[in-house]
Design a binder for this molecule. Structure first.
Ligand code: HEM
Length: 388
């Protein structure tokens, strides 16, 4: 409540100062040479664009500093007003204030320590300073940068890495929490390429901390899209089976609504998992996470030929092959739980000396493989044979 009242009051003051923006603009012009050098070091082109109301608000007595921490979300409205221009030029009401913070942090880089832990889906960073003033500026900076990310409001657009990050803000999640001396940030993405961008950015920030302005004057490279596309999938549906890699930018992406019928006749060692079942797990994982987005898929499997007896219940299987249980059942059950329809050909079953009552509970006995294939193909399932 106090924040809301403060926001309304300060917004009013801010609006009043926009009214006297001419005075502020004169002041801003006096400052332009000095500010241009700040822009050069911290990295934005076209420093004078969009200055008027930004500096008017920022430099007015009281109101200027009020833009900072804590007040953030409220003034975000004003900040958002110029988003369209900002999307292309990287300038907005908050631009000048952010540059002051960059300038301050870069000047005090030797008072900052930072550690970065790479996560499979991003980074966790800890950036701190024993100087309370510097620690507070770090927090202010992070709060506003997180705000820029969540509102796609770019800055430092002449640097390729930053320009690329701001193209993918919809796929970035930032969570930050204050620590006694600074801030801990967890920045993640479900997209393998964006994970690489986040990690490259974290390295760049560490470079700012280590080298200050020398690093801020450099441009930073964008990670290779192809390389980052080849990563072990982060959320396979069936863990431990059917490994896939995520290829977010490849063609022929998984399409939602796909139906696949696997015609499984492949046999194998009675003591081990049937390879064909492992392949089905791969298909499930491909649709569950190998493309840019997971896609709904309906997969059915018809077991016949050499694969028929892979679906027997543990006792029947053990009796038939002198094993301890059936090594296929754990994965078959997990496939069933993922929605895969499992059928066995009744003709094959009986011709191999087994009965429908000996089939595992999550597998259905159909009249025959041919009826299953014909029916499901008529229902729009794509036919995928998995023979020996
Ligand atoms: C010593 C100087 C600086 C420090 C200590 C610092 C610190 C941080 C921290 C802690 C984050 C959160 C993400 C992370 O931890 O990796 C961050 C994000 C960000 N910083 Fe800085 N920064 C500095 C300089 C700069 C400069 C000079 C710029 C641009 C001109 C900048 C632009 C950004 C942007 C755009 C983000 C959000 C993008 C993202 O997190 O993906 N920073 N900074």
């Amino acid at each position: 409540m106090v924040r809301v009242i403060a926001f309304v009051a300060l917004s009013f003051i801010a609006i009043s100062f926009i009214g006297v923006v001419d005075v502020a603009t004169v002041f801003a012009q006096d400052q332009s040479v000095q500010d241009q050098s700040v822009q050069d070091q911290t990295g934005d082109e076209g420093a004078m664009e969009g200055r008027g109301s930004g500096l008017g608000v920022r430099r007015g007595p009281g109101a200027g500093r009020g833009f900072g921490r804590g007040f953030g979300r409220g003034l975000g409205r004003a900040f958002g007003q110029q988003q369209q221009g900002a999307a292309t030029h990287g300038h907005d009401d908050r631009h000048g204030a952010d540059h002051e913070v960059f300038q301050f942090l870069l000047s005090n880089h030797d008072k900052i320590r930072r550690s970065v832990k790479e996560l499979p889906n991003g980074v966790e960073t800890l950036t701190e300073s024993d100087s309370p003033e510097v620690a507070d500026k770090i927090r202010e900076h992070v709060e506003w940068m997180a705000y820029r990310i969540s509102n796609s409001n770019p800055i430092r657009m002449r640097d390729p890495l930053f320009a690329e990050i701001f193209k993918h803000t919809d796929k970035i999640e930032i969570v930050h929490e204050d620590t006694t001396n600074g801030v801990r940030v967890t920045e993640t993405s479900e997209d393998a390429y964006v994970v690489k961008l986040i990690q490259a950015h974290a390295k760049t920030v560490s470079g700012f901390v280590e080298h200050g302005f020398d690093e801020a004057m450099k441009n930073h490279a964008v990670p290779d899209k192809e390389e980052s596309a080849v990563a072990v999938v982060s959320r396979p549906k069936i863990v431990g089976h059917g490994d896939v890699v995520q290829l977010s930018n490849a063609v022929q992406q998984p399409r939602s609504g796909t139906k696949i019928l696997v015609d499984l006749t492949r046999g194998g060692e009675a003591t081990g998992l049937n390879e064909g079942i492992e392949k089905v797990a791969k298909y499930v994982n491909i649709y569950g996470g190998a493309g840019a987005e997971p896609a709904d898929v309906q997969i059915a499997v018809i077991f016949h030929g050499d694969a028929t007896l892979a679906v027997l219940n543990p006792d029947a299987y053990a009796k038939k092959f002198s094993t301890v249980g059936n090594p296929n059942l754990d994965l078959l059950r997990r496939l069933h739980e993922c929605g895969v329809e499992l059928y066995v050909c009744g003709q094959s079953l009986i011709s191999k000396g087994a009965k429908p009552s000996e089939v595992a509970v999550f597998v259905e006995t159909s009249v025959s493989a041919i009826t299953t294939v014909a029916n499901l193909q008529a229902d729009g399932y794509a036919y995928v044979p998995l023979g020996n």
